[in-house]
Design a protein around this ligand. Structure first.
Ligand SMILES: [Fe+2]
Ligand SMILES: [Fe+2]
Length: 268
């Protein structure tokens, strides 16, 4: 079985050039650092999965800025819509070579990708103008049909995670009908992983028999505060991305912090 490496980046929140997110976070500089780190990987991933909140305000100049920062990667990039994205703007911006898969999409930005040993199904959880996520009957039916037509190990990608994180502030903006989603997943044991963003920190949870995994943000992280009623906040913990490594018939997920760290040092 041929090994395969897929990189996941999430919650890039790119602003127009020269602008900071929340007047504090240089999200473009953070993404440049993540791209530089990805380019150091050996072996290189075969593709990038970007699980939403690609830009901060859904504006065309933000998507243009995003494309400029991602271009050195030279890899196929599969984009997922997040609550900070705007479907039309996203589709218009990525209307070029390498993004033909977006032609499959209708009202919702949902599509299937053949990754060889694995299959990737991208879902659209966006409710325009709102922070929360939703998968209406139409979107869930599409998922159920795609899962039924191919029994290969499958990655399901979506911005809003299908579980409550316990960080109450974020759970107010969670996936509304996670139960209906879980019911679909539970009928398809070949779902290997559910790859999400939105929560701006690494988390894992079993959903419908599969592992749901959240990728950290390439920029700011959500503060880990599990107290009921805690105010939402972000912290500048190390940013990162994930590498999903398919080998020996299993998918192993590595979380890779981005920054300057000492080492590697030999053990002996
Ligand atoms: Fe986000
Ligand atoms: Fe989000």
């Amino acid at each position: 079985m041929v090994p395969m490496l897929l990189a996941q980046i999430s919650d890039l929140h790119i602003k127009p050039p020269g602008r900071l997110a929340y007047d504090k976070v240089d999200t473009a500089a953070f993404l440049r650092a993540a791209v530089a780190s990805l380019l150091q990987q050996n072996p290189m991933p075969v593709a990038i999965l970007a699980t939403g909140d690609l830009v901060d305000g859904g504006h065309a100049e933000e998507y243009a800025h995003l494309q400029e920062i991602l271009s050195p990667l030279g890899l196929p990039c599969y984009v997922v819509a997040g609550n900070h994205d705007e479907r039309h703007g996203l589709r218009t911006a990525f209307d070029g070579p390498g993004f033909e898969y977006l032609n499959q999409t209708g009202e919702f930005l949902q599509y299937a990708v053949d990754l060889g040993a694995l299959r990737l199904l991208v879902l659209d959880t966006v409710v325009p103008g709102e922070g929360r996520g939703q998968l209406c009957e139409q979107r869930l039916r599409w998922l159920d049909e795609r899962l039924a037509e191919d029994r290969r190990p499958t990655l399901v990608a979506m911005h809003h995670p299908p579980f409550a994180s316990g960080i109450e502030y974020m759970d107010h903006f969670g996936l509304e009908n996670a139960d209906a989603f879980e019911a679909v997943i539970s009928h398809h044991p070949h779902v290997e992983r559910i790859l999400c963003g939105h929560l701006h920190r690494s988390m894992q949870c079993r959903v419908g028999g599969a592992v749901a995994s959240v990728c950290p943000s390439t920029a700011h992280q959500v503060a880990l505060d599990l107290r009921p009623g805690a105010t939402g906040a972000f912290v500048m913990e190390p940013p990162g991305y994930q590498l999903h490594h398919w080998h020996s018939g299993r998918l192993v997920t590595h979380t890779c912090p981005v920054g300057d760290f000492a080492g590697p040092f030999p053990f002996g």
